[in-house]
Design a protein around this ligand. Structure first.
Ligand SMILES: Nc1ncnc2c1ncn2[C@@H]1O[C@H](COP(=O)(O)OP(=O)(O)O)[C@@H](O)[C@H]1O
Ligand SMILES: [Mg+2]
Length: 630
């Protein structure tokens, strides 16, 4: 049926053959189903093609001799037998086609399932820099639009190609055998039909392209407005929004109407042409019969095959578009699957440790609360170094895109247990520094050492496990509050979770909720206040009990009084830990061992609170309110 998809603008694939082969490999993983599908398709189309063969003997050998004769059982019996055989062949075809569609459904869904899995696995292990360079919607569309175009093709196209191919070849051979004169006529008519399809298809493709564009516009606008509902209401923009939507909605209507007008013309025109084809064939066949070249049975059988012949052609021409857009979709999917995953050449591992008899550090079987870096050397020896939480930056230079340098020559030194604070205006590079400590991004120049080890030698998982982070943008998952806190440490007991919540001062508000720790959070915790969300994400970091803690504006949405309470809790949490804190309020960073003032990616001042005040520089200005932090 000529739906919008079958004439949708086709994105031309770049490497059709390679992509098709790779797609086939995915399909081929379900060997049994694929073979079953092909066998059933063979049987069902062979049955359809061959059942019509019975028409000729029924007419020429049984019916024609009976004309003008008395109807007797002897005459009727063979005829009935013949008809029953024909029925049996048809029935076989029906059963086979049922089996074929069943196999096809399973084959399609299993194939899509494994493609989606590979896609998701790859997306999960891509470096963050990949996501910076593309809009999320663009990545999402591989899972939605592109997988959908694969589904369209795999669920219908694949079987159609198999069965239509068989029908086409089978019918053509039998037609040639019955009458080559008429076959020439049918083939000529076919070319006329294909030509008209092409002309009309071109016209409607133009409008379908427009329709897809307008559709994208409408969908994008709806998404934007739903997300920005509050802002729309704050600025009283409801009317403008409705007016603009009316406009683009009308554009979509116009484009869709034109597109579907041409598409819907195609069906009736084709039908009429095939009727004309049928009539012409019948007329010419009649002439041949009158001249004794063909029998009546031949002609009726041939007419049946004209139908068997044109059916697969129109099926195939419809599937062709599906195939092209499926290949284009598959290409986009494979392009993402082929992205280089985040590499990790680290070999230094984080292990549970204990002290041996002579006080030396050795690996422990279970949790000891003591951690060590396990360093395997080239000569086969293994050394252990206590995890302390010393962090050093040596002349670190970094840029996200390789063009604009975001951090210039940053050097800093955090002793275990120290609290290091970063202050500076928005965009100065504070978050960026923390992104480098846990290797979300790779530095361009300089060195970062963790307990004296170059962090590039540390396995990323282990490095990140040792660092607790409260990110600037809180993100909560769908699940209960308890689940969200436990995300920091999946082995945490309920007591651990409650203790962490107490540390983060989240316990009091959580216990006031009707469902307490079992309160379900949905839509990124939209049923909580911004500050409550931050408290939960602090508790999540606390439950992980990491030696190094990074707090990126973790308390920016929390009132000063609660912040004080958290700080008291945090002081307990921070004891013996290295803490990097980025804070909005300078009161939060006052007691830090060292404060770094950043501007345009450089550290312009450093020292403790009193040092910095006496320097009378930027920090002094910030602190005395002469310069506002934006
Ligand atoms: N993912 C990113 N890709 C490219 N540039 C970025 C990215 N994140 C931040 N930046 C740029 O790096 C600079 C520092 O940003 P950031 O470290 O987030 O600042 P801060 O946390 O101090 O407000 C800004 O100029 C910002 O535009
Ligand atoms: Mg920031």
């Amino acid at each position: 049926m000529p739906g919008p998809r079958s004439h949708a603008p086709i994105q031309k694939p770049k490497n059709t053959k390679g992509t098709a082969l790779r797609l086939l490999k995915y399909v081929g993983r379900q060997k049994a189903l694929l073979i079953g599908m092909i066998v059933f398709a063979l049987v069902s189309s062979a049955a359809t093609v061959s059942a019509s063969i019975f028409i000729k003997p029924i007419i020429d050998d049984y019916l024609t001799p009976m004309i003008g004769k008395e109807f007797t059982a002897e005459l009727a019996l063979p005829l009935i037998k013949m008809i029953l055989t024909m029925g049996a062949v048809f029935l076989l075809g029906v059963i086979a086609s049922y089996g074929q569609s069943k196999c096809s459904v399973y084959l399609t869904q299993k194939t899509l399932n494994s493609i989606r899995k590979d896609l998701f696995d790859r997306v999960s292990d891509l470096p963050l820099s990949f996501f910076d360079s593309r809009p999320n919607g663009e990545i999402m569309s591989r899972f939605t639009n592109d997988v959908e175009s694969l589904r369209m093709f795999l669920s219908q196209g694949l079987t159609q190609f198999v069965s239509s191919g068989i029908m086409l070849i089978g019918s053509f051979v039998i037609m040639l055998y019955l009458s080559w004169h008429l076959t020439i006529l049918v083939v000529l008519m076919m070319f006329v039909m294909l030509f008209i399809t092409k002309v009309l298809g071109k016209r409607s493709a133009f409008f379908f392209k427009r329709q897809q564009k307008e559709l994208g516009e409408v969908n994008g606008y709806i998404e934007e407005i739903i997300e920005g509902q509050k802002v729309v209401k704050v600025f009283n923009h409801e009317e403008e929004v409705a007016a603009h939507f009316g406009e683009i909605n009308e554009n979509l209507r116009r484009a869709s109407t034109s597109a579907n007008t041409f598409a819907s013309m195609l069906g009736p025109i084709m039908n009429n042409l095939s009727h004309i084809n049928y009539a012409l064939t019948a007329a010419c066949g009649g002439l041949l019969a009158v001249n004794g070249i063909m029998s009546l049975g031949d002609i009726i059988t041939f007419l049946q095959y004209t139908k068997n012949f044109s059916q697969p052609i129109s099926n195939l021409s419809q599937q062709f578009n599906n195939a092209v857009s499926a290949i284009a979709g598959a290409e986009r999917i494979f392009e993402l699957i082929d992205q280089q995953p985040e590499t990790d050449n680290g070999y230094v591992m984080l292990v549970n440790a204990e002290h041996g008899e002579n006080g030396e550090l050795k690996e422990a079987a279970g949790h000891t609360g003591l951690w060590a870096w396990k360093h395997a050397h080239g000569d086969g020896t293994v050394t252990y170094r206590k995890l302390e939480g010393k962090v050093e930056f040596e002349h670190v230079t970094f840029s996200y895109d390789g063009k604009k340098t975001v951090l210039h020559d940053i050097s800093l030194y955090a002793k275990p247990g120290q609290k290091i604070a970063f202050v500076g205006s928005t965009g100065a590079g504070k978050t960026t520094i923390t992104n480098l400590i846990n290797r979300f991004y790779e530095i361009d120049d300089g060195k970062i050492r963790y307990d004296g080890i170059n962090i590039q030698k540390i396995k990323k998982d282990d490095l990140r496990r040792s660092l607790g982070m409260v990110l600037q943008d809180t993100h909560l998952f769908t699940g209960t509050i308890e689940d969200n806190i436990r995300y920091g440490n999946l082995d945490a007991t309920h007591e651990d979770v409650v203790n962490a919540a107490k540390l983060a001062n989240a316990h009091s508000f959580i216990s006031k909720l009707p469902d307490g720790y079992n309160t379900m959070l949905t839509g990124d915790g939209s049923n909580l206040s911004q500050g409550q969300r931050q408290l939960i994400s602090i508790a999540r970091a606390a439950v992980a009990d990491p030696p190094v803690l990074i707090l990126d504006e973790a308390t920016s949405s929390i009132d000063t009084r609660t912040e004080k309470l958290i700080e008291q809790g945090m002081d307990k949490l921070m004891a013996g830990r290295t803490v990097f804190v980025i804070a909005h309020r300078l009161s939060t960073v006052r007691n830090a061992n060292a404060i770094m003032v950043l501007e345009h990616g450089s550290i312009i001042e450093r020292g403790d609170h009193d040092d910095l005040l006496s320097q009378k520089g930027k920090y002094y200005q910030l602190y005395t309110g002469q310069f506002e932090l934006s």
